[in-house]
Ligand binder design. Structure first.
Ligand code: NAD
Length: 275
């Protein structure tokens, strides 16, 4: 049984607050890697058409024997497939590769504002949502200006915005905007891609105090900040470690210490420049 709490999205759909990200997991390894995550208690999987591992992910889901309604599957439409018709086709192709007849969450991967098609693309997601083929729809890498435009020109408020977010880049302004509009904040690269962040002495000290690892401290910080979090690992022991974060709590001093790590550093592209 999974002990991950759910959050309730703005349309009433429940989403596990911690899931498993599969960016850079090769398709031929995805069945085993995602299979290990499911066996370890993860029930939410975050993939995307561009990750090219929807097939392997779908295989793991089928082989797990878990009831479909216990799983929460997210995938995303890639920049080249924006626009109404192309998005509807891309969605069908994703479902086919996953071997599913619905996803729990479908996201626009990047706003790609230079293409200026995200409003039209969102209307396709609204159709998919109305058909029940995506239980919830959302966006990724949208800045408040892009969200504001969607809310002015379309009907459905995104349930989720999946953005780069970690202690070095905590995105206070975006989080406040999301909270104001009932949009859940989902953190990508929550561990800072396992680079310098996990060697930070402030985190090391908090980890020592709790007898936990730096990755576990960072994931606790996300959960206590209110983020949905989707750490990735291909290493079985780390997959288990990253979900073993529900039996300790960071105190106020720890959270204050974590807040000193904000240095405004993005690891990924600026959404205004992408696509
Ligand atoms: P992450 O922050 O989850 O870091 C993953 C890396 O950290 C691993 O490859 C490994 O090197 C290291 N790591 C993981 N667990 C560890 C542990 N317990 N101890 C030490 N090191 C550990 O980075 P990510 O994969 O970039 O992000 C997570 C997920 O977010 C992705 O898999 C993907 O699903 C999603 N994502 C979305 C977007 C987007 O544009 N929407 C962009 C990037 C990532």
């Amino acid at each position: 049984m999974s002990n991950v709490p759910n959050i309730i999205l703005n349309n009433g759909v429940r989403m596990p607050q911690l899931g498993f990200g599969v960016w850079q997991v090769p398709d031929e390894e995805a069945a085993a890697t995602v299979g290990h995550a499911l066996a370890s208690g993860y029930r939410s999987i975050d993939t995307a058409a561009i990750y090219q591992n929807e097939k392997g992910t779908g295989k793991a889901i089928a082989e797990s024997g878990l009831p479909r309604e216990e799983l929460f599957v997210t995938t995303k439409v890639w920049n080249n497939d924006q626009g109404r018709d192309a998005t509807l086709r891309a969605f069908d192709a994703s479902l086919e590769r996953l071997g599913l007849d619905y996803v729990d969450l479908y996201l626009i991967h990047w706003p790609a504002p230079k293409q200026d098609r995200y409003v039209e693309t969102w209307k396709a997601l609204e159709e998919i949502h109305a058909d029940g083929r995506a239980k919830a729809i959302g966006v990724s890498n949208f800045k408040p200006t892009h969200l504001r435009r969607l809310m002015e020109e379309t009907e459905v408020v995104p349930a989720v915005n999946q953005i780069e977010l970690h202690p070095n880049f905590p995105q206070a302004e975006a989080r406040a905007f999301h909270a104001e509009h009932g949009i859940a904040t989902e953190a990508w690269s929550p561990l800072g891609q396992g680079k310098d962040l996990l060697d930070d002495p402030v985190i090391a000290e908090i980890a020592r105090k709790h007898g936990r690892t730096p990755a576990q401290v960072v994931l606790r910080w996300h959960l206590q900040t209110g983020n949905v979090v989707i750490p990735k690992s291909a290493t079985p022991s780390r997959i288990e470690e990253n979900i073993d974060v529900f039996s300790f709590v960071l105190d106020e001093d720890d959270m204050t210490g974590m807040s000193t790590l904000d240095n405004g550093t993005r690891l990924g592209p600026d959404p205004d420049e992408m696509g």
